[in-house]
Design a protein around this ligand. Sequence first.
Ligand code: ZN
Length: 311
Amino acid sequence: MGHILWVEPIFHEKIWGGKRLKDVYGYDIPSDQTGECWAPSAHPSGDNTIIEGEFKGQTLSKVFNEHRELFGNIKDKEFPLLIKIIDACDDLSVQVHPGDEYAHIHENSLGKTECWFVLQADEGTKMVMGHHAKTKEEFVKAIENDDYDNLLNSFKIKAGDFFYIPSGTLHAICSGSLIYEAQQSSDITYRVYDYHRKDADGNERQLHVQQSIDVTNVPADIDQNKEFPQTMLENGTKTRYVDSEFFKVDRYQLNGKNVIKNDEPFMMVSIIEGTGIFEGNEVKKGDHFVICSDQKEVTFDGDMEVMISTL
Ligand code: ZN
């Protein structure tokens, strides 16, 4: 039998965070301004502890570094992917992430391409993705003039929507969203606009305007795929949202018993709805674990929705 690494989520408070991570998933969150649940994660800013089995008490990054054979012997210096659940009670800053090359030179980090599956969205909830500037000059001028209403491309979203956000794409998650995010394991965010919000001490958060101008794609390239291939399973369906050079993301809607094969270096699993049995263990929404490469197949039994991200 192979390895399954059950992980303990790590939470981050944010000025835009809320309490839906407690209300929806029952997590013990640090406050009613909790914005992010990181799991599975091996990133230094939120390295998950393993809570069961042979590696109990160790961090995911330690197991990744010392037991690469459990992760298909991939050559990556650091664990490559990071999964978050994001509760936006207020708007997130308008931001952009660098690609690998820029991040490597300027930040000694991976770049950040990310994607979002919308778990819940209040009526009328929006998001920002891309912009309307045709040239860098137009882009810079709009920033100088604080003309974000005309610059930003924003639109309404609903539960079940999926968006792929390549590095260099200007974006913002807006208030009323609960989002599953799969991303490269990077924490490099360039904030270009934060609505002139002030914290309790009257200070605005730091902006990174020059870096944002450097890395933002102009014109914006946001050709979104809306056709997601579905595969019938024994007792359910699998929807593939993305298969990119950085990650693959699938949603499994399971009604009954399903055996799922694993031929990946690892599978990052998040139960987003329902309850059931996974390999003899009771599981429920809000549980996260990593299926290692030596576990060649797994059995889910129950009514569940499961997000699985892999390389
Ligand atoms: Zn982002």
